[in-house]
Design a protein around this ligand. Structure first.
Ligand SMILES: [Zn+2]
Ligand SMILES: [Zn+2]
Length: 131
């Protein structure tokens, strides 16, 4: 969604929230909604799993998306020093994504950002500063 052609016409709507609230989690262009919802249908038709598992995933996705856009960090300052804290995304990381537009692209995890070098260099400092 951050490819220049997609960003301008699709993802920019979501980024109009520079300091997001949980409502921003569901504020995006209709095409982005189709892509995000579409992955659920793709998974449902490719992978065999119980409907309850899908429901649990959708509930988790909704709450984690709201947390990611909360604008307030729920994890403690020490979370970054834990093994889980290195790999799990935080509200600070996604808030920083909205503020700076580049870097911190993950919503659930940080490992892709760490492996691809797109985690903002000041993420750790901003996290500690906001706690
Ligand atoms: Zn974005
Ligand atoms: Zn967002």
């Amino acid at each position: 969604m951050h490819h220049p052609k997609l960003y301008r016409f699709v993802h920019l709507v979501h980024h109009q929230s520079r300091n997001p609230s949980p409502w921003a989690a569901f504020a995006f262009h209709p095409l982005e909604a189709v892509v995000e919802a579409g992955i659920v249908f793709v998974i449902a038709f490719i992978l065999p799993f119980h409907g309850t598992a899908l429901l649990a995933f959708l509930i988790f996705m909704t709450f984690y998306n709201a947390y990611g856009h909360l604008g307030y960090e729920l994890y403690s300052k020490n979370f970054l020093r834990s093994a889980l804290g290195r790999w799990v995304n935080t509200s600070v990381a996604h808030n920083h994504h909205h503020e700076k537009f580049n870097g911190n692209y993950g919503l659930y995890f940080l490992f892709w950002d760490r492996w691809m070098g797109t985690l903002r260099e000041d993420y750790d400092a901003v996290f500690v500063e906001q706690k």
